[in-house]
Design a protein around this ligand. Structure first.
Ligand code: 1YM
Length: 634
């Protein structure tokens, strides 16, 4: 039997604590948590490259669901600690609190909340670390959540350096321990944009899929990638500057769409909730355009100046800052918002100077963007006027009359609890109307296909009866005039049949909300209802199955005679069934729509709904299987 000394026991207790509460260390044990494990090791490799050691990272998804991450940095040192343990053993078994720091004071670790390699080990059924260091190849293996399987041993000599880590997530902790090639590729591609010297290779052995990412032009290429399938208005403008130790790099380009797509990063970590740097960027670019327009007599009156949102219509921008540790401040629950006050004016000045210079040098482009901003301003003012009229003017009655034929309102007028169901077709609308809790649930049936808003202008949207009714029902405006605070509903729930037509309507509606009511999605108020696919009757007992897997599971867990009913549409359910399975807050499953990755969402929506056919065909060919990933549920 092995003997454990006191320090070994402490270490095992530490790792055991991680296994007891994995969520505290990696957020969750679903698909997202699983991928956090990979990011943790990838970030260690990335830190090494950012520190100036090595330039290549290879990630391989193995057949047994394990993953291998390899870099060509210095390799983890192989010396012994006074505890008698080797350095790799210490790094992979002792819980480290913070990230690493470089000599120039930049915190480079993108590591999630300072979680370390040892956490990954604690949540793995197997782990192997191989280091190429000081002319030697050395290897250590762990099993069962970080227990040493074989201590560090020298395997031979080498003239290479680097680190290779393989781990297999513990299947008793993770519901599904299979990594997603697409998820890994998307995240690593982003890293490759941010670190131009880096080459990243991703391989999936089982499916024989391979990707290589390397972008010498950095965030310039990032903007090029986001706008790839769009019609653009200018050559990409890239500039950088440095003040007060804060390094700023910006790339931007306009396209002919109506949305803005701004992505920001601090020390190569995404700041998905923005912060002072984004505020500075927005102020700087708005000021540059307004000053240019004034100086060239394009704006006459004071209130003729543009709102920031007018200037940002069709703008794609990537902002990347490097901030030394002593100035770093993050805010918000997920720490995704930069708080550093200095960043605001530094970014604002650099953006103002560079954009002003660009406008002076590129008169024609300046005019075309300003023309677009003018149109945005007009549309915004028209939408606002329409909304004000809807609220009090003559047309209020007309709109209410129009709505009264369609909307079944809730009795409550409380926007904090009310739910709006957008239902496909009149017959399902009838079931929903009969089955709902009328106190707080309103039903709006949608007739026929929804207009594809990716290809429509604001005035076409406002003329479309279906969308117009929806806009007035929600009551919070549309486009740049949209303000989620005015929404009449806490939840807007899209409820369609579980078939191809239903999926199409979902996509059209999601496209509309994404383009014209993005604030609703950002506030977490847009949902998809999840109706069951089957009803299974075992005499008196009955079950609902929401997927084929669930159907099989129900059949496995029950014995006796049964009959299965496949629901083809919502209309086939009687009101009680629809309430029980899909609408009752206590028993239903809703899928909350989020914009996890604005750039990716933008790209997807554009590929799927935009005016170029080729990229859509290509995408559909490459992604034939349409699946719903766990992490979008909740
Ligand atoms: C595939 C994962 O972990 N590479 C890696 C890690 C480290 C070093 C080099 C390294 C760092 C230093 C000195 C130093 C280390 N990480 C840690 C810890 N790839 C991968 N490559 N020599 C080598 O920071 O001074 C310690 S060493 F603790 F952060 F995990």
């Amino acid at each position: 039997m092995k003997k454990y000394d006191e320090s070994s026991i402490k270490i095992l207790e530490g790792l055991e604590a991680v296994r007891k509460r994995p969520g505290m260390y990696i957020g969750s044990t679903d698909k997202r948590g699983l991928h956090h494990m990979a990011w943790e090791i990838v970030d260690n490799a990335m830190d090494e490259v950012i520190n100036g050691f090595g330039n290549k990272i290879i990630v391989t998804l193995n057949k047994d669901n394990s993953i291998t991450i390899k870099d060509n940095g210095r390799g983890i040192p192989i010396g012994m600690h006074e505890s008698g343990k080797s350095t790799p053993e210490v790094i992979y078994t002792i819980l480290h609190a913070g990230g690493k720091f470089t000599s120039d004071g930049y915190k480079v670790s993108g590591g999630l909340h300072g979680v370390g390699a040892s956490v990954v080990n604690a949540l793995s059924s197997y782990m192997k670390v191989t280091t190429y260091h000081d002319g030697k190849i050395a290897e250590i293996e762990f099993e069962n959540g970080g227990k040493v399987k074989s201590p560090l041993k020298i395997l031979g000599n080498t003239n290479k350096t680097g680190t290779e880590v393989t781990f297999k997530a513990d299947e008793s902790i993770f519901k599904n321990a299979r990594f997603s090639f697409t998820t890994i590729c998307e995240r690593l591609q982003e890293s490759a944009f941010l670190v131009p010297i880096l080459t990243i290779e991703v391989n999936d052995i089982e499916d024989d899929k391979h990707e290589i990412y390397h972008y010498e032009k950095g965030i310039h290429s990032f903007v090029e990638y986001i706008n790839q399938h769009k019609t653009t208005l200018n050559d990409i403008l890239t500039f950088n500057g440095k003040k007060n130790d804060i390094n700023v790099e910006v790339s931007l380009q306009y396209n002919n769409s109506y949305n803005e797509s701004i992505l920001s990063f601090v020390n190569n970590v995404r700041t998905s909730d923005g912060g002072t740097h984004e505020v500075g960027f927005k102020t700087g670019i708005t000021k540059a355009f307004n000053d240019y327009a004034k100086n060239n007599n394009l704006i006459k009156t004071k209130d003729g100046s543009f709102d920031g949102s007018d200037i940002r219509e069709g703008l794609t921008a990537v902002i990347s800052l490097k901030i030394p540790e002593n100035l770093l401040q993050f805010e918000g629950q997920t720490k995704g918002k930069l708080g550093t006050p200095e960043a605001r004016s530094v970014v604002e000045n650099i953006v103002y100077d560079n954009v002003s210079f660009f406008l002076e040098e590129n008169k024609e482009i300046a005019l075309s963007i300003i023309d677009k901003a003018f149109k945005s301003k007009m549309a915004r003012e028209a939408a606002r006027k329409a909304r004000e009229e809807a609220r009090n003017g003559k047309s209020k009655k007309a709109i209410e009359k129009n709505l009264s034929g369609k909307l079944s309102p809730a009795q409550s007028k409380n926007p904090k609890i009310n739910e709006l169901f957008l239902v496909e077709g009149d017959s399902a609308g009838g079931s929903a109307k009969g089955g709902r809790n009328r106190k707080f649930q309103a039903i709006l049936p949608l007739r026929g296909k929804v207009l594809n808003s990716q290809k429509a202008s604001m005035s076409e949207i406002l003329k479309n009866e279906e969308l117009n009714t929806m806009i007035h029902t929600i009551g919070a405006g549309v486009g740049s005039d949209f303000d989620v605070k005015d929404s009449n509903y806490d939840k807007v729930i899209i409820m369609t049949d579980a078939d191809v037509d239903g999926a199409h309507i979902q996509i059209l509606l999601l496209t509309f909300f994404y383009n014209y009511m993005r604030g609703l999605i950002e506030a977490g108020k847009l949902y998809l209802a999840l109706p069951p696919l089957y009803k299974i009757d075992y005499g008196k007992k009955h079950f609902y199955a929401y997927s084929d897997e669930e159907l099989e599971e129900i059949k496995r867990n029950n014995s006796g005679k049964f009959s299965v009913q496949r629901y083809k549409g919502l209309g086939e359910m009687n009101p009680d069934q629809l309430w029980e399975t899909t609408m009752n807050p206590d028993t239903r499953t809703l899928i909350r729509i989020n914009i996890n990755d604005a750039a990716l969402a933008d790209r997807r929506v554009n590929i799927l709904m935009g005016d170029k056919v080729e990229p859509r065909k290509e995408w559909i060919n490459e992604n034939v299987e349409f699946t719903l990933e766990d992490d979008y549920r909740g």
